[in-house]
Design a protein around this ligand. Structure first.
Ligand code: 2IT
Length: 450
């Protein structure tokens, strides 16, 4: 444990202004003790942890663009290529006003272990910008994406670094980004981006993959515990891509989704979000883009209750809480309320939705946590399958991709169980995911030398 403490202290000292990054480093390193203790001499000798917490490359660039009034604007672009021990750098781009280097580094660090858990050959990276597409016109977004790619293109490649979407980057943005990449390079290299539209190299099931994958992993966890989704109540946050996929699969499997949420508050639908209500979530994104209140539109249309300015955590009793919005949605106060409401499972679909203190509290109350790196790995996993299809110049059927996604999520549960059994841990999936994810990266880093 001394080695881990030393590296955490060193990381804190070097990155004191990056709270999100430090949060994930403490969380990951804090739970891989059993593996590090067992292999300390070798890990120390080759400075594996010191190398792990330092990104290979951090690219920060200017993104000038013109708005619809002819005003020139400047945003900041990022690409952090964290670790390519397992494969080309891989991870999404996030466009959101609160993006900064700390946020991109936390996402990139998480991505290393998540990608490792998929068992596909993918390294870890993340990028994005403090540009926020909300309230911008399509043409403003196009000009921004073209300018962003005019700088980014020189740093990416199908065997080098493969960006995808994240918050604020969906099929529209990826289309503009891909078009500009193609224009600059003159080549149709579809494997350079994932999450593309179906007409130009995208994969079926990629839009559904994050939410479906989380539901599949939850099925495996519940199965292991002799339980099932059927009849369970779910409290979701967000209403974007991850929440949409999760609601679609959970409702199909017989679970009841009671809430959706956003910055403006949450809706409580006692009849459950299913069928055409799930389809309506796509329309909610359009409403949001137009600056309208998507949640009150849902509440009005489906006679649900709208609670402005509130979060669903601990206000609605549910068996499973499923954050699907952004980082640090759940702190100790919310966790305490969730426990009082009788929550049994926390399935993290957004990246790092729970503070480290809230994780500790929930674990002490025997809440089973499916950590984000495992639970939301379905998104990047199907990105990996999109890369495979692009390399083979083939298009797989939805059933084939879905079956592979299920298999990958099943494999993630197996890997977590394996280390839990190996180190005689309780059924702690947080440690299971971190150790299993790290082990493979450490092996590859050691094999490839310093
Ligand atoms: O957080 C994530 O894993 C993603 N936003 C998806 C990344 C990807 O490369 O598909």
């Amino acid at each position: 444990m001394d080695y881990i403490k030393e590296v955490i202290a060193m990381t804190e000292q070097k990155n004191s202004s990056q709270p999100e990054f430090l949060q994930t480093v403490r969380e990951v390193l804090g739970s891989i003790g059993p593996f590090v203790d067992e292999n300390e001499a070798e890990l120390r000798k080759y400075s594996v942890l010191e190398r792990l917490v330092e990104p290979d490359r951090q690219i920060i660039f200017k993104v000038p663009w013109m708005d619809d009034n002819g005003v020139y604007c400047v945003n900041r672009g990022y690409r952090v290529q964290f670790n390519n021990a397992l494969g080309p750098y891989k991870g999404g781009l996030r466009f959101r006003n609160n993006v900064n280097l700390s946020v991109i580094k936390f996402l990139g660090f998480e991505q290393i272990f998540k990608n490792s858990l998929t068992s596909l050959p993918l390294g870890g990276a993340k990028g994005g910008s403090d540009f926020d597409p909300r309230g911008k016109s399509d043409m403003e977004i196009m000009r921004f994406c073209q300018s962003f790619m005019t700088e980014l293109y020189r740093h990416i490649g199908a065997d080098l670094d493969v960006p995808a979407g994240d918050i604020g980057v969906g099929s529209r943005e990826l289309g503009f980004l891909y078009g500009q990449y193609k224009r600059i390079t003159g080549n149709f290299i579809s494997g350079v981006l994932t999450g593309k539209g179906l007409s130009y190299g995208g994969s079926l099931i990629r839009p559904e993959a994050t939410g479906y994958g989380a539901a599949y992993l939850l099925c495996d966890v519940l199965d292991h515990l002799g339980d099932s989704i059927e009849g369970k109540t779910f409290c979701l946050s967000g209403y974007g891509n991850a929440a949409w996929g999760a609601a679609k699969k959970i409702s199909a499997l017989g679970g009841k989704v009671l809430t959706l949420s956003g910055g403006e508050g949450y809706v409580y639908d006692k009849d459950g979000v299913s069928g055409e209500k799930v389809d309506f979530m796509e329309h909610m994104l359009t409403l949001r883009a137009e600056g309208k209140s998507a949640l009150s539109a849902y509440a009005e249309k489906y006679h649900a209750e709208f609670f402005p300015g509130e979060k669903p955590w601990g206000n609605v009793p549910a068996d499973v809480y499923m954050p699907c919005a952004c980082q640090n949605e759940i702190d100790v106060a919310e966790a305490e309320k969730m426990v009082d409401m009788g929550v049994k499972y926390l399935c993290e679909v957004s990246n790092m939705p729970t503070s480290n203190e809230a994780i500790a509290l929930l674990q002490s109350k025997n809440v089973v946590i499916l950590p984000a790196k495992a639970a939301n790995a379905g998104g990047v996993a199907v990105s990996g399958l999109e890369m495979a299809q692009n390399s083979a110049r083939l298009v797989w059927s939805a059933d084939k991709v879905d079956a592979k996604l299920k298999e990958i999520m099943h494999g993630i549960h197996e890997q977590m169980l394996e280390v839990i059994n190996l180190y005689k841990l309780p059924y702690d999936l947080v440690a299971g995911a971190n150790i299993a994810g790290f082990k493979k990266v450490a092996d590859a880093m050691l094999a490839q030398g310093v």
